[in-house]
Design a protein around this ligand. Sequence first.
Ligand code: ATP
Ligand code: MG
Length: 747
Amino acid sequence: MTDFLRELNDVQREAVLATEGPVMVLAGAGSGKTRVITFRIAHLIRNQRVSPQNILALTFTNKAAGEMRHRIDGILEQGSSSSLWIGTFHSVFARLLRSYIHLIGYDRNFSIFDADDSKSLVKQCMKELNLSPETLPVNLVHSTISKSKNNFVLPPEFHRKAIDDQYQKIALVYERYVQRLRENNALDFDDLLIKPIELFTEHPQVLEQLQEYFRYLLIDEYQDTNRVQYLVAKMIAAKHRNIFVVGDDAQSIYSWRGADISNMLNFNDDYGDAQLFKLVDNYRSTKTILQAANNVISRNQRQIKKELVANAGTGEPITLIEAYNERREAEKVGDCIRSIRLANGAEYRAFAIFYRTNAQSRVIEDVMRQNRIPYKIFGSVSFYKRKEIKDAVAYMRLVLNDRDSESLLRVINFPPRKIGDVSINKLKEFAEEQNISLYDAVRRAGEGGFQARLVGALTQFASLIEAMRRQAEEGTAYDVLSMLYDTTGLLSLLKEENTPESLARHENLQELLSMTRDFADHNPSSATLGDFLSTISLASDYDETQESDNYVSLMTVHAAKGLEFPVVFVTGMEEKLFPLNSYEPSEVEEERRLFYVAITRAREKLFLSWAQSRYMYGQPQMCLRSTFINEIDPDIIVTEGGRKLSESPKKVAATAMAGRPVFGSSLRPQPGSPSAKVPTVKPAGSAAPTGAAKSAYRVGTKVQHAIFGPGTVLEVQGSGAKQKVKINFRTAGEKTLMVQYANLKVV
Ligand code: ATP
Ligand code: MG
């Protein structure tokens, strides 16, 4: 056996060795599904002599793809993975479409519209159709269109099936939206999956070519594929049938985006001869964490019963943090991070803070900043969604694809060129009359009968774009962006403005420039503007991470899928927040799967936190502790004071474990009551207790630690700033801590 295969257990290895024909691995979190994919690829290349370019692996995030590559290079040799096709559905098909999309009437320099771009296009289409967003919300229209696309319901079918007036209106928007995208030579995210199907249907020879090419298809997180993804995968695998999918029905958390778990459950219908493997051993988490996960998920009615056994030891109990409001909650999280770091030297990257909704991140972010804890946030205001970045990117998109009128409108008057709405409307009319693109109208402004001043401004704009285009033909994205900054004086304008906002924007634009430079350094053979734009438009929020950085990760639970961290905080464990407002049992079950995903990211230590009051919708709201907490055995949860939840005055949780759901009053915190305990860990800046505490320890002294709970001193070593104490903690076992930092309380 090749050496690296010894790093797998027997079932994992069998799944790796079963290289021919359809195979599915159905197994719980942390059981090594992703590892099996990685090793299988290495096995195909090393032992089966399959050429890397004949392998297509589809992952859930770009980050996962990068990690897989890295891992394969580690198993085989450096560079082995370079010709492999590994990426998300979106990135792989965007890349393929660049080669083939001309066959279905697009230009290969198509733009990729992100969710915000496509929302604004929906808005514009509604305006053109005189549909008021008051009666028909843009978000609803946008999500209905996107869902339909993901189910492969295109405008004609949607129209036919439109049951009522509202759907008929959406049908009109949908039709126009699709038409406008085409006019812009643009694809939205959903098109990146739909267009390949159109391409394969209209040009079967392309499909045959790709089927021949991608002899081995592997898909991670298969439970979250939607209908179009399922169809594309099926088409590609149809010839060689070497399709390998791994997933966990308990982690299906994207049904709101059209993911369809039946893709997994019906795998056998499509591939009657499929081999099925079930992995049972969990290599990620402690017994305690896994027990909590199992407690929770077993409440779901709709699930495939799976066994999941911990390989690791019992580990530490789960700590429940209770705070009187969300700021205090975040502070306590920050305190815990600090204490753990000081106690055992953990790096910031060991920590992750999860939340259910993006809105929760702001307070956490504030507190991290105040406490000088380096963090990285992955959420709605991601780097690429900031205005100035979108503006700069719009310039680059326009340079590449001059039919991209959305981008043109974004930058035509940025920085200000005195081209106002009235002028833009005239320009639009001119373009329509002449049946030319908006950009062509700009270029031919002299023929439009506009005022000389406007013609001058438009001509100048066009010559900037043309100069950038010439630069793009010869140079890299970095060259193009530098030219933009130099010519427009964008950076100096922001600097002169000299407000905190403008300086932050200045910094962000600088950052974008550095990114293009890094990109050129890392991709010497493919650092064109097109390459750069494709990469950044598909970068998911999590992908902004730079490997070398050391920071606490902040993200929604959705974004955490597939990842793992030694210490995880799940914040906002409150009714109506997590679970988020859920009325249908199926919605509650999806929330519960989400909670299961959150818990199972943790390797060593899990914290659950909640606030008794929280600002929501601009108002402070009283909150109830999440019923999800009652679903975990209270014997494995301790309070901040280190007391078992099962022994704490709030006995109610134990009742929940007996199978009777607990709702209502007994759980309700008393607003302003002393139950908002005094924190045992001091806030930032006041850490490092001094002299007084030094002499306070002797063998046998009873102490209290914010995380490890109560314990007894076993040994005192050294003195002064270097003094250490060995403590036997009641639940966490023996630990040696630096007195100066441990923030111990003598009790
Ligand atoms: P998820 O469902 O969360 O995506 P997964 O099933 O994909 O989880 P992996 O991420 O592949 O699980 O593995 C979880 C952890 O366990 C990883 O750190 C992995 O390296 C480790 N692991 C998996 N299998 C083994 C093994 N046989 N020996 C040692 N470590 C393993
Ligand atoms: Mg995985």
